[in-house]
Design a protein around this ligand. Structure first.
Ligand SMILES: [Zn+2]
Length: 217
């Protein structure tokens, strides 16, 4: 999970739809703006581009009982179906970090080690602890057949992404600095898929690549 800069102005349909009895919070203008703001990635697992997009309510509305949250632009998040289903557990209600407000990289460590994902909370507050647990479960919770395939897909994609990063870092260190600096700038941008994992890896090995510090800002 990385920091997202959300467009301030809500898409126009939200104001219109919230006045209707069965209004929709997922009109095309909402999806289009979420896709741009979230770089086409799921805000939880950071897989992208997505083919199974869902509009996720960060704070649940309980079947529209909390009506003010249904059409609140700041409560709508770009998510994949797999992660949206993981978040449905009531233990996460009102506890997941808002990545449009706080910088998750200052709260969470994203590790990929030996084919597994480990998310650790840096701070001790409940919201950070539960956000770490939820993100890890998006890669590791294989308690149903569908979830097992969803997790494996994400782990495989993450493994390939990390291998590309390791390859580029090795080339960069062997002297092809100009060429690979450009590639690393793209790979380490917050908009790239699995950015939190790549940025954490480089941040924790920064002594080997001190010039790359500027790419982590
Ligand atoms: Zn996801």
């Amino acid at each position: 999970m990385v920091k997202i800069e959300r467009t301030t102005a809500p898409p126009a349909s939200l104001e219109i739809q919230k006045k209707l009895k069965y209004g929709s919070y997922s009109e095309p203008d909402v999806l289009r703006q979420l896709k741009v703001d979230f770089h086409g990635k799921c805000y939880l697992c950071e897989l992208g581009p997505l083919s199974d997009v869902e509009v996720e309510h960060l704070r649940p509305h309980y079947g529209r009982k909390r009506k003010e949250l249904v059409f609140d632009w700041n409560n709508l998040f770009y998510s994949c179906r797999h992660c949206n289903s993981m978040k449905k557990s009531s233990r996460y209600d009102d506890h997941i970090l808002d990545c449009c407000i706080v910088d998750p990289e200052k709260r969470l460590e994203h590790r990929y080690v030996d084919g597994h994902v480990h998310i650790s909370a840096i701070t001790e507050d409940v919201d950070t602890q539960l956000t770490a647990e939820l993100i890890e479960s998006c890669f590791e919770n294989t308690n149903t057949g569908v979830r097992e395939i969803g997790c494996q897909t994400r782990i495989n994609d993450l493994a390939g992404t990390m291998n590309t990063l390791y390859f580029s870092l090795a080339k960069y260190q062997k002297g092809k600095k100009a060429r690979y600096f450009h590639s690393l700038r793209n790979q380490l941008s917050r908009g790239s898929k699995f950015a939190a994992f790549k940025r954490f890896y480089v941040r924790s090995h920064i002594a080997d690549y001190p010039e790359l510090e500027s790419l982590l800002n």
